[in-house]
Design a protein around this ligand. Structure first.
Ligand code: GLN
Length: 343
């Protein structure tokens, strides 16, 4: 994040207002922004693949793909947008959205919370720190860190594990606009090594966030994290959130429009974990990262963007994805906090 300079922000701000995204005259600008970010960052070698899930260490660190999806469903791409990586924590957004869709925004706010923990994504101290307020209606946690995410998965209704899974994968399919599948090697690798998440699941049951069967919640959470996606799938998922819950490629209404702002607010608060503030400061974009190397970001009403590149920084966020998304969005005037000035 350190090389994301104020200059990048100012350049973005200066050209905002010159661009109206989505018109054919501007298609060239979008493609140019995508191409130039690809060229600029393709040789960047900072960061390291996640290795606490053994299968992730084996993914090609050179994989680099960018996709932007606009209101008209057009997909602008550069690099490898076909190779799938595991969605990992990006799935947390869509499972949270599904619970909000099904049970209303208060269900998430009251049971899990919508506040930043300021801690790492799998912090147990963050659970300990808020346990006394469970049940008071204001737990200081959120569904985008592991404890909150495993709890959100436990809230998806269904008579059996299979029934819940069908709903989870169905919602992801609708947002991506195609049938997604689980990367079995990742699922197995994470299931064999997810003792920390199992401990978190058990704690969440003990403290009342999870009502029963924490083992099922952890298993379904692990499965949802192993869904295979490419940059183009992820950008379409981001675009579904950018355009009031309607997938602009398939035109299917995936999430009720009124439920989208709450989802974006939690992404803005906690999407890049303990670096969320820094990210928002530089881009203004609600976003979500995954340790598989993907990041999605949403410019409401303008575009959805995603980058896949496995090497991560210390906070667990893809280095190249952060740089490329910031550069493209700021060039296209994607920061929602930048108002076009009336002359
Ligand atoms: N499945 C991963 C885990 O639970 C997801 C973490 C992430 O993408 N930040 O550790």
């Amino acid at each position: 994040m350190t090389t994301m300079t104020t200059r990048t922000l100012l350049v973005g701000a200066a050209i905002v207002g010159l661009l109206t995204l989505g018109t054919s005259a501007q298609s060239g600008n979008i493609q140019q922004a995508v191409d130039s970010a690809y060229e600029q960052f393709k040789t960047l070698k900072e960061g390291k693949n996640a290795d606490y899930i053994p299968a992730l260490a084996k993914v090609d660190p050179n994989l680099f793909g960018i996709a932007v999806v606009t209101a008209d469903g057009k997909v602008y791409t550069a690099g490898d947008i076909k190779t799938e990586v595991s969605i990992q924590s990006i799935s947390k957004v869509f499972t949270m959205a599904q619970v909000i869709q099904e049970q209303g925004p208060e269900a998430i706010e009251k049971r899990i919370g919508v506040d930043a923990t300021g801690a790492r994504f799998n912090s147990i101290i963050a659970v300990e720190g808020v346990r006394t307020v469970v049940g008071t209606g204001a737990p200081e946690m959120n569904p985008l860190v592991n404890p909150g995410a495993i709890s959100a998965t436990s809230m998806v209704r269904g008579a059996s594990s299979d029934e819940v899974w069908k709903k989870i994968i169905g919602f992801h399919n609708d947002a991506a606009g195609r049938q997604l599948t689980v990367l079995q090697d990742v699922y197995k690798s994470e299931s064999d090594t997810n003792q920390r998440n199992q401990a978190i699941g058990a704690l969440m049951l003990a403290y009342g966030y999870i009502k029963d069967n924490w083992q099922q919640a952890v298993d379904l959470y692990t499965r949802q994290c192993s869904i295979g996606v490419n940059a183009s799938d992820l950008a379409t998922m981001a675009a579904t959130l950018a355009f009031a819950g309607k997938n602009p490629v398939t035109n299917k209404q995936v999430l009720e429009a009124a439920k989208v702002p709450g989802v974006l607010a939690v992404m803005a608060t906690a999407g890049l974990y303990d670096d969320s503030g820094k990210w928002l400061y530089h881009t203004g974009l609600p976003a979500k990262s995954g340790v598989g190397g993907g990041i999605i970001a949403v410019s409401p009403g303008k575009f959805g963007i995603a980058v896949v590149s496995p090497p991560l920084d210390d906070a667990g966020n893809s280095v190249r994805a952060q740089r490329a998304i910031a550069a493209i969005s700021n060039q296209l005037g994607g920061n929602p906090y930048v108002a076009a000035r009336k002359e």
